[in-house]
Ligand binder design. Structure first.
Ligand SMILES: [Zn+2]
Length: 308
């Protein structure tokens, strides 16, 4: 069974400080109309389910996000729970919180206990101006650990210009994993662009995993301008090749996810890795390890979801 372990649900304009979002996406400069912005930004449950079906994906985990003043997306956790309830067993979810908020641990516990959340995240320290090794975050880790629910953290840098790189310090994961060795942590986007650090951290910590969403090649190139030069180690291939060639205790810690990209395109991008590597004369990755990222690896992490 294929699980997409990082999806998003949000409605435009309800979940957007519109001005911040327009600024971040450059929609205003590009002269986009309100309808065009809505078409691009709105991600309702039906759309997710349709795209999953086209890609042959059975189940998905929808993650919340709090990034109001930076990225311009602010989803209310109760809204997610309500929107996904009719699709229980198909779409699962996790609440987004600012970890340093004093009520964060209570809110997470409420979502797990009363609203059937099976994960926590997407946690975005870069968007929310906090460090994940700040002890004020620890009560949320303790709640997640006690319910055996994984936490998905976008621990690397983020794009908006009004953010600070210091909050996207990947090495802060080290302290989280040392202090909470039985908490399952999923590093979003494999720490883009710090793939080598991510691979090292995963080999050091048995409880650290990574999703490979939004790694540019995985996304296809449709979301961004095609590069004028094709670098011989395109982004997806380089982190995957590095991860699978580095010493590791467990080679099955990468989890496939599409985030806001089209899942079918994302899967095709990943499954094309060996074709590209062969063309360039590089060693290939065993097909079994690639397929495990879709079908198997998530089972170690999202233990509340049954493979049907
Ligand atoms: Zn995301």
């Amino acid at each position: 069974m294929i699980l997409d372990c990082h999806l998003h649900y949000w409605r435009y304009p309800e979940h957007f400080p519109k001005d911040v979002f327009a600024q971040f996406t450059g929609a205003r400069q590009q002269g986009q109309t309100e309808e065009q912005i809505k078409e691009r930004a709105d991600r309702q449950a039906d759309k997710l389910l349709r795209e999953m079906k086209e890609a042959g994906v059975e189940k998905g985990v929808v993650l919340g996000l709090k990034s109001g003043t930076t990225l311009g997306i602010e989803v209310n956790n109760e809204d997610i729970a309500k929107a996904l309830k009719p699709h229980a067993g198909k779409l699962y979810w996790g609440p987004g919180v600012i970890l340093t908020d004093s009520g964060a641990a209570d809110e997470v516990e409420h979502c797990i206990r009363d609203l059937e959340a099976v994960a926590v995240g997407e946690i975005g320290p870069g968007y929310g101006y906090f460090r994940i090794d700040d002890p004020r975050c620890f009560p949320v880790y303790e709640v997640a650990r006690s319910y055996d629910v994984p936490i998905s953290i976008h621990a690397g840098p983020v794009g908006p210009r009004n953010t600070y790189l210091k909050y996207g310090d990947l090495l802060a994961l080290d302290e989280v994993c040392v202090n909470f060795p039985t908490l399952k942590v999923v590093l979003c986007h494999m720490g883009e662009p710090h793939y080598h650090e991510a691979a090292h951290l995963m080999s050091k910590h048995a409880n650290l995993y990574a999703d490979i969403s939004m790694v540019p090649r995985a996304a296809g190139l449709s979301a961004m301008a095609p590069p004028p030069v094709v670098y011989p180690f395109p982004h997806l291939d380089e982190p995957l090749l590095y991860y699978f060639s580095a010493p590791a205790r467990n080679r099955n810690k990468l989890l496939w996810a599409s985030d806001v990209q089209n899942p079918k395109e994302s899967m095709e991008g990943i499954r094309g890795v060996n074709g590209r590597l062969k063309k360039m004369g590089y060693p290939t990755i065993p097909e079994e390890l690639i397929e495990n990222m879709f079908h198997e690896n998530w089972k170690q992490v999202f233990t509340k979801i049954q493979a049907k």
